[in-house]
Write a protein that binds this ligand. Structure first.
Ligand code: HEM
Length: 243
């Protein structure tokens, strides 16, 4: 019995010491959020919290933690993420202007906008949580093939814009929000695709949206080269042109 306890203790302490996933240290195992954890309208930030790249409780997340998590997990350039993280921090309700609760990002009209691919518009009450009904027609277009081309990404956005315009009497989708939304498509194409060519793996994108999980089990690996601000701008321009 004592020997068993000693072995378990040795395993725990070596996991902590060497940072193996599961017990401590660099714990990047996927775990669903608990009832007191905060999440955001961004599927990727939620996935990063679900893997412990961001605080798992989603409370008091700093600008630096956002920038570092996107670098560490995805190799997205801090030059591209820091301005967005700083803008995000203007929604903060933490009392500290350099931190935010993930739920703060649902504040409408800062980054959050109508016509999200996977969330309902604020007019209908919940602009934060993944909404399977909103996402179903989008998913049908996005995941029709095993890769998502730039044209397919643009087609999914068009379908969502048409559906939101028909459903929401208060729809407000400004030019700059349209641009933000092009950037969001550019981000998933850049992170899960090939350079600035698009062709994101459908299954990986689906895992991000539906499970808020990084698709390691499905073969995803952090990009070997940095995903630059220019890459994201190029992709966003291509999504816009394809519309
Ligand atoms: C500091 C960095 C980031 C911040 C502060 C941020 C924040 C947000 C916010 C507030 C939204 C909601 C917009 C809406 O109303 O639809 C959003 C959407 C989105 N974000 Fe992020 N994000 C960041 C980085 C990323 C990255 C690196 C990815 C990579 C895949 C990503 C993917 C997405 C996608 C795909 C959406 C659209 C969701 C939808 O339309 O349903 N984001 N983000």
């Amino acid at each position: 019995m004592h020997l068993k306890i000693a072995i378990v203790l040795a395993m725990v302490s070596s996991n902590v010491a060497y940072g193996l996933p599961g017990l401590g240290g660099n714990d990047h195992e996927f775990r669903k959020p608990g009832p007191n954890d905060y999440r955001s309208p961004c599927p990727m930030l939620n996935a990063l919290a679900n893997h412990g790249y961001l605080p798992r409780n989603g409370h008091n997340v700093s600008i630096d933690q956002l920038v570092n998590a996107l670098d560490e997990a995805l190799n997205v350039s801090p030059l591209s993420t820091r301005p967005v993280a700083e803008l995000g921090a203007t929604t903060s309700t933490t009392g500290n202007p350099t931190t935010l609760h993930l739920k703060d990002l649902a504040k409408h009209g800062v980054i959050e906008h109508d016509v999200s691919l996977s969330r309902n518009d604020i007019y209908f009450g919940n602009n934060l949580a993944f909404n399977p009904k909103i996402f179903a027609p989008v998913a049908k277009i996005l995941f029709a093939r095993d890769k998502i081309s730039i044209e397919t990404a643009a087609k999914a956005r068009r379908a969502r814009i048409t559906a939101a315009a028909a459903a929401n009497p208060t729809l407000n989708f400004t030019t700059s929000e349209d641009r933000f939304s092009q950037f969001e498509s550019a981000l998933y194409l850049g992170v899960f695709g090939t350079g600035t060519e698009g062709n994101a793996k459908s299954r990986w994108v689906e895992v991000m949206f539906r499970e808020e999980r990084i698709p390691y089990k499905e073969g995803f690996k952090r990009s070997a080269v940095v995903i630059t601000n220019q890459d994201i701008v190029d992709l966003a321009d291509k999504v816009a042109a394809a519309a």
